[in-house]
Design a protein around this ligand. Structure first.
Ligand code: IMP
Ligand code: ZN
Length: 341
């Protein structure tokens, strides 16, 4: 059930500054924990060698990294954040960074890892870090558990079982991510159905690379709640996404750096959004792309000459497309209303 923004039309002179966006209460719906640890934290805990590797993948070298290549950066990050205690601290510090950027609600997604104490201990550590971050900053945050198209069935099953067990205890959804050109998702599709039937939100990375051949297979099996990226959708998938008004998580910088598009302006979701299709603008991996949500919205506002009302509406919209309950959304909406109404 959507909540209503009921904003008055903006006066014609409402000029938007970067500060307006920085201070605006924002909602981040597409962010991978492994791609979002604060750089300062990773530098603190890295060896000299890993610190050097990390910097090779981050800006400004990013223009040489292709879509398939840049996934290798996550191996470096997993080498650096290699214990439950580091994961916990990283998640806590991430909440601090996001709160500083004016994010009032975030859905953090992560795939299960085993750092010696098992997969369940990993989820516990992430949730402990998030809980501490919430307490210390006042941000609201929920967790989405991810698997990839090539995740072994038993691990994907555990991911869904843990998400269901933790529903209403901090976990709100399931995400399918990873290199979308690798793996066969077919055996995992019933797990997505089970998750959706259990009331979890479903978001699927789709349309990231032209080699993807499972878009129709997935969408014939399950209608997710949100689509990650949606840049290269085939005709069938495009039709289903639009007919069902599926919210698209558009990550402008990520789409350029991962070479999905040549320029931010080419992201198809911008045009869809202007035509009334649900779109939420997100960062994807703020560490890797060295962007904040403020940066992304500032970029968009400059490109599209947005006014304050349009920008604030983006926050309302993102809150609407989040996996929170109607009551939880209502409890956050006043923060946006108090900022600009
Ligand atoms: P983690 O699951 O918290 O370790 O976050 C990193 C993981 O998220 C990577 O290993 C990828 O599987 C996934 N990921 C991050 N960014 C993207 C993206 O843009 N497309 C697909 N998968 C991504
Ligand atoms: Zn992503």
């Amino acid at each position: 059930m959507p909540i209503s923004s009921s904003l008055e039309p903006a006066p014609a002179h409402t000029q938007v500054s970067r500060d307006f966006i920085q201070n605006m209460p924002k909602v981040e719906l597409h962010l991978h924990l492994g791609g979002s640890y604060p750089l300062s934290y990773l530098e603190e805990i890295s060896t000299d060698h890993d610190r050097q590797c990390l910097h090779e993948y981050l800006c400004p070298k990013r223009d040489i990294i292709s879509y398939h290549e840049w996934f290798r950066v996550f191996d470096v990050i997993e080498r650096v954040v290699d214990s439950e205690s580091k994961v916990e601290e990283g998640a806590r510090r991430l909440c601090h960074d996001l709160a500083k950027d004016g994010v009032i609600y975030v859905e953090i997604r992560t795939g299960l890892k085993d750092y010696g104490q098992g997969y369940v201990a990993y989820i516990d550590a992430v949730q402990r870090g998030i809980e501490r971050g919430i307490k210390e900053t006042g941000i609201q945050a929920r967790l989405i558990l991810s698997f990839r198209r090539n995740t072994p069935f038993d691990l994907a099953k555990l991911t869904v079982e843990e998400a269901i067990a933790r529903k209403d205890k901090g976990v709100v959804g399931i995400d399918v991510s990873g290199d979308s050109g690798i793996g066969n998702i077919e055996p995992l599709l019933p797990l997505l159905t089970k998750a959706k039937e259990s009331g979890l939100g479903i978001c699927i990375h789709m349309g990231e690379c032209v080699e993807e051949c499972d878009q129709k297979l997935i969408l014939d099996h399950i209608i997710p709640h949100r689509i990650g990226h949606g840049v290269h959708l085939g005709d069938d998938a495009h039709k289903i996404v639009h007919e069902n008004k599926l919210a698209v998580e558009a990550c402008l910088t990520s789409s350029v750096i991962a070479q999905m598009i040549a320029k931010e302006e080419h992201h198809p979701a911008i045009e869809w959004w202007k035509n009334g299709h649900p779109v939420c603008f997100s960062t994807d991996d703020p560490l890797i792309f060295q962007v904040s949500l403020t940066d992304e919205l500032w970029k968009l506002s400059q490109m599209e000459n947005l006014d304050k009302k349009q920008l604030v509406e983006l926050s309302y919209d993102a809150l609407n497309y989040s996996f929170l309950s109607k009551e939880e959304k209502e409890s956050l909406i006043h923060k946006i209303k108090n900022y600009y109404c």
